[in-house]
Structure formats: C-alpha cells, structure tokens
Design a protein around this ligand. Structure first.
Ligand code: SF4
Length: 66
C-alpha cells in the first residue's frame, strides 16, 4: 500500500505541500478509452486547474472548498 502519493492536482481538497496527497485512500482509474486524458500527456503536465474528478485520473478528487 502506498503511503506517499505524489500528485500535482493542486485544485484538489486533499492536495498538500510538496505535491503530496493527504487522502486516506485514493481511487485511480484507467483513462485510456474513457475519453479522458492520459497521465503523461494530460493531467500531470497541464497548467489548467481540474474542476471535477473526470478531469483527473483520480476518482477521489474533491474540489477545494467543498
Ligand atoms: S485525492 Fe487524487 S487528485 Fe486529490 S490530491 Fe489525492 S491523488 Fe491528487
């Protein structure tokens, strides 16, 4: 089980300093074929802020402030 999850989705409520995920557990989905973006070409390198979990590969994503 991963205890140190790095994530660059800073618009997520669980995102912490040093690009660390502070959620107790996360659910990551395969974005291939699902109409989403790949981790390499999309989420990890994008400058835009994600607003929904569908814009990340992580179903645990929760927008900040909710
Ligand atoms: S819950 Fe998912 S999107 Fe949010 S910080 Fe953790 S890994 Fe990133």
């Amino acid at each position: 089980m991963a205890s140190d999850v790095k994530c660059s989705v800073s618009s997520c409520n669980y995102w912490g300093k040093g690009n660390r995920c502070e959620a107790e557990s996360i659910h990551v989905v395969n974005s291939v074929g699902g109409g989403g973006v790949s981790m390499e070409a999309g989420t990890m390198g994008r400058q835009e802020q994600a607003g929904t979990s569908a814009e990340t590969a992580c179903r645990t994503f929760k927008p900040k402030g909710l």
